[in-house]
Write a protein that binds this ligand. Structure first.
Ligand code: ZN
Length: 480
């Protein structure tokens, strides 16, 4: 029997606003515990929260990038539950009238284009953070409310995802889009981007959805894919063994490589949602949406398509170069100065990205600026240095930040193309190796390789190989 998985993702992104969702407290990461709090984010009685306009605009920008319809009259709601990191007893979120609905993203999976629906984009506040101290004679839990009230955006996909691989691709795509717009720093280690997945399986050909489990705690792309692969296998094995799937929340345990049951899954009615009485609805006028949409930057897909047409780059190159806005900008800044785009792309994807990766450096802090790289490529193009010597020059540029011209000059690395200069070295080699020349004349023509090597050695690798080959062959002919 064959089964297919059906997956829907819920992605929580922390918005990069300066202040929290409903108060003026700072959102800076890693401050002293409980130093960035106030009566509003603690939910003390009698306080009045106020919506952060920037957070709403970041949500709207994301929604527009995901082809969503902005809900013109959207409201905040209380989601009631108690947890020690949420002592006010409810989280302010959006429920019946979220910020935006009904969008989609286009994904490329195994060379095939697929559309994944976006059910909704809504805003909410984060809860606090618990720290458990568990020593032999001291069991204590600490709570830090700095996170409380941090603006979160939740993006919920339709159950349009049919493999663990596609789920990962979808999340990577959302990360890229949000990073391009600059609404989230997408730092998964710091928890700025988190993902939960609803997973069910059904027999191939069936229309109805199976019972789903929700998998939580996946904070990297690799964990997401591994957790889903495991969960799909677990559900198939359960059904094959004659069991049934129960609706529950499961946690991904990375160390053991399994998902474990945490609790039975809540239904929406468990939360007794109702409109937040302390906040007015957000009225979105048409003009506001229009103004915002004009500020949307070129998104990853558009940029990739433009790179292919404008710079005549292969799709692969365009994909790598537009993987971040900063890398794309770096390429375009170089391209203004050096118009052999494929050669430029090769150097950026090869030498430059390799060095950056090895040193763990972000392109934003790249020690070789676009002007220096372009100038070095010009030196290759003009025949001043060979491609091989250029790699040496590039390493030096990366290490010291010096210009290619200075390095070439200081180290005397210019390629020798001057015929007279090369000829004089050739004559020297011919004089010093009469036996080899005689052997060549006797028909052992392969010995020319040895003679070329001798000339290269004398020129310290700088003789232009094409010029050298031709001159030496001519000279040996003249020797008859
Ligand atoms: Zn506050």
């Amino acid at each position: 029997m064959t089964y297919e998985p059906v997956i829907g993702l819920e992605i929580h992104a922390q918005l990069t606003t300066q202040s929290k969702m409903f108060c003026g407290c700072s959102t800076k990461f890693e401050q002293a515990p409980n130093s960035s709090i106030c009566p509003v984010c603690l939910g003390l009685p009698g306080v009045l929260p106020v919506v952060n306009k920037k957070a709403v605009e970041y949500g709207m920008l994301t929604a527009l990038a995901l082809n969503c319809r902005i809900v013109p009259h959207n409201i905040f709601a209380r989601k009631n539950y108690f947890y020690p990191d949420l002592p006010k007893g409810y989280q302010v979120s959006q429920y019946e009238q979220p910020l935006a609905q009904k969008g989609f993203v286009q994904l490329e999976i195994n060379g095939r284009s697929q559309r994944i629906g976006i059910n909704r984009v809504h805003l909410e506040e984060d809860a606090g953070k618990l720290l458990h101290q568990n020593s032999k004679d001291n069991k204590v839990s600490w709570v830090d409310f700095n996170r409380t009230g941090i603006p979160l955006m939740e993006i919920v996909s339709e159950p349009d995802i049919f493999s663990a691989e596609a789920a990962k691709a979808f999340m990577v795509k959302l990360r890229d889009i949000m990073a391009y717009i600059g609404v989230c720093d997408c730092n998964m280690e710091e928890g700025s981007l988190r993902c939960d997945a609803n997973v069910s399986i059904r027999r191939v050909g069936e229309k109805e959805l199976g019972v789903k489990a929700e998998v939580k705690n996946m904070n990297s792309f690799r964990f997401l894919q591994r957790a889903l692969e495991y969960e799909i296998e677990r559900q198939v094995a359960e059904l094959e063994a004659g069991g049934r799937i129960i609706q529950e929340t499961r946690l991904w345990d990375e160390a053991k490589g399994i998902t474990v049951s945490m609790r039975s899954k809540e239904e929406a009615h468990d939360y007794r949602y109702f409109p937040e009485p302390d906040l007015v609805p957000v009225m979105v006028e048409e003009g506001w949406v229009e103004r915002l949409s004009k500020t949307l930057p070129e998104l990853p897909d558009e940029k990739r398509t433009r790179f292919i047409s404008q710079y005549q780059l292969p799709a692969y190159d365009a994909g790598v170069l537009t993987s971040s806005r900063e890398l794309a900008d770096y390429f375009e800044n170089c391209a203004k100065l050096f118009a052999e785009y494929k050669m430029l792309s090769n150097w950026i994807m090869g030498e430059l990205l390799r060095e950056l990766k090895q040193q763990g450096v972000d392109i934003k802090r790249c020690p070789v600026n676009p002007e220096n790289l372009a100038n070095m490529l010009k030196l290759i193009q003009q025949g001043v240095i060979s491609g091989k010597i250029a790699k040496q020059v590039f390493e030096e540029m990366y290490r010291t930040g010096a210009t290619a011209q200075d390095i070439v000059k200081a180290k005397g690395l210019e390629q020798i193309t001057d015929t007279q200069q090369i000829l004089s070295i050739i004559d020297q080699v011919i004089q010093q190796n009469p036996d080899s020349v005689a052997a060549y004349k006797a028909g052992k023509t392969r010995i020319i390789g040895f003679l070329i090597g001798q000339v290269m050695q004398l020129s310290r690798g700088k003789a232009n190989p094409q010029v050298l080959n031709k001159l030496l062959a001519d000279r040996l002919k003249d020797q008859k």
